[in-house]
Design a protein around this ligand. Structure first.
Ligand SMILES: *Cc1c(COP(=O)(O)O)cnc(C)c1O
Length: 378
């Protein structure tokens, strides 16, 4: 094949990124001191509708700090979906906590809130330990159904954190959270600005919360828990998790274009939905009560189709389609974790593929993806 390769998800950097980066160099502010860091935090908080935002070196760092803020320790359990990117669980492992892995539901592929609800009740009546924190992940950018999770969390007084790494800009449009962005409903929300995410800072993350005490502690912990302005006095073990001014400069420029990026991703999704309608596949999750970011537009091949053969065929045509994540309970570090079900997550993994979803994907490239997929599943 001689066609130009079509990447899975690459950054779009054609706005003010260059100008702001040059400003960092001209002002000599390249490390974590500098005006772009606080500007990015303020503008990000305003965008998602949170009181506070604390910039972090990565999404994983933001999750780690979130769990530490909620006193997750070596004796704690964190409930989270088994179908997610591994960083969601690694944050718990960094605190020495164990994971309670919960299966997905079929509508949004997110953690099955009903199963979690039943499991918490079962544990409570059996006298078994409950999770210290529930970590909801909005996988692939589709909001998780938070109602049953919230009901269970309130009954047992367990805080919820949201891993919204893939879901910046995703919204609830109906129900009790209607009009709110994902990441702002739990006690803490975490976002990622890794290279392939909805917006990028090269590498980076953000922790948001409405709780001033938690926000101040997050900032303290991400800056080595340094107490004094002068000298080196620290009151606990902190981390070097601050975002740099250079990265934040990229973030400010990217945030200016977020609405445009989301519109492009949603347009790609609508076009894929229409073009793939007749094929032996289920199109990406979509619900009447939310708006997904369609971070990576992903479909399920009908049972009986050979996923790897379809991927090989797409890859040979220069199309960077990819499988989804093996469930965490199938990954070496979490194979021994406690879990609730797992067959739905395994089925999604076995049949799922992600299609090219860059903001800058052209309609011609999309047509090539559709044509290649059509012939691959024929
Ligand atoms: C990308 C991602 C993370 C980690 O973010 P980094 O910025 O890469 O550390 C965490 N959770 C999910 C679901 C992700 O997709």
């Amino acid at each position: 094949m001689t066609s130009v390769p079509i990447p899975l998800a690459v950054p779009e950097l054609s706005g003010n990124e260059r100008e702001y980066m040059i400003q960092c160099l001209d002002d000599n502010f390249v490390s974590s001191v500098g005006p772009f860091v606080t500007r990015f935090e303020k503008e990000f908080a305003a965008y998602v509708g949170s009181k506070f935002a604390v910039a972090c070196a990565s999404g994983t760092a933001a999750l780690h700090i979130a769990l530490r803020l909620l006193d997750v320790t070596t004796t704690s359990r964190v409930a989270l979906p088994t179908f997610t990117f591994i960083a969601s669980a690694n944050a718990a492992a960094y605190q020495g906590a164990s994971c309670l892995l919960v299966d997905s539901e079929r509508t949004t592929w997110n953690m099955d809130g009903e199963r979690l609800h039943d499991e918490l009740h079962r544990r409570a009546s059996a006298g078994e330990p409950l999770p210290k924190v529930i970590e909801v992940v909005h996988v692939l950018g589709h909001p998780a159904d938070l109602e049953p999770v919230m009901a269970a969390a309130e009954t047992f007084d367990i805080p919820i954190i949201e891993d919204a790494a893939e879901a910046l800009g995703a919204m609830y449009t109906k129900g009790p959270f209607g009009g709110r962005q994902v990441g702002t409903i739990g006690v803490i929300g975490c976002f990622s600005f890794n290279g392939n995410k909805v917006i990028t800072t090269g590498g980076g993350g953000m922790l948001v919360t409405d709780n001033q005490f938690l926000a101040e502690r997050a900032k303290h912990l991400t800056t080595q828990a340094k107490l004094s302005k002068r000298g080196y006095l620290h009151d606990e073990v902190g981390y070097n998790y601050r975002l740099t001014n250079v990265a934040a400069a990229l973030g400010v420029a990217q945030l200016e274009r977020l609405d445009e990026f989301l519109a492009a991703k949603r347009q790609h999704a609508a076009a894929y939905d229409a073009a793939l309608a007749g094929l032996p596949i289920s199109v990406a999750p979509r619900t009447s009560w939310s708006e997904s970011t369609f971070w990576l537009y992903s479909v399920l091949l009908d049972p009986g189709k050979h996923r790897d053969a379809v991927l090989d065929s797409l890859n040979r045509a220069g199309i960077a389609a990819r499988p989804l994540w093996p469930p965490l309970h199938r990954q070496t570090p979490y194979a021994q974790s406690e879990r609730v079900g797992g067959t739905v997550a395994e089925d999604i993994y076995r049949r799922g593929i992600s299609l090219p979803s860059s903001v800058g994907l052209t309609s011609g490239e999309r047509d090539r993806v559709v044509a290649a997929l059509t012939s691959a599943v024929a």
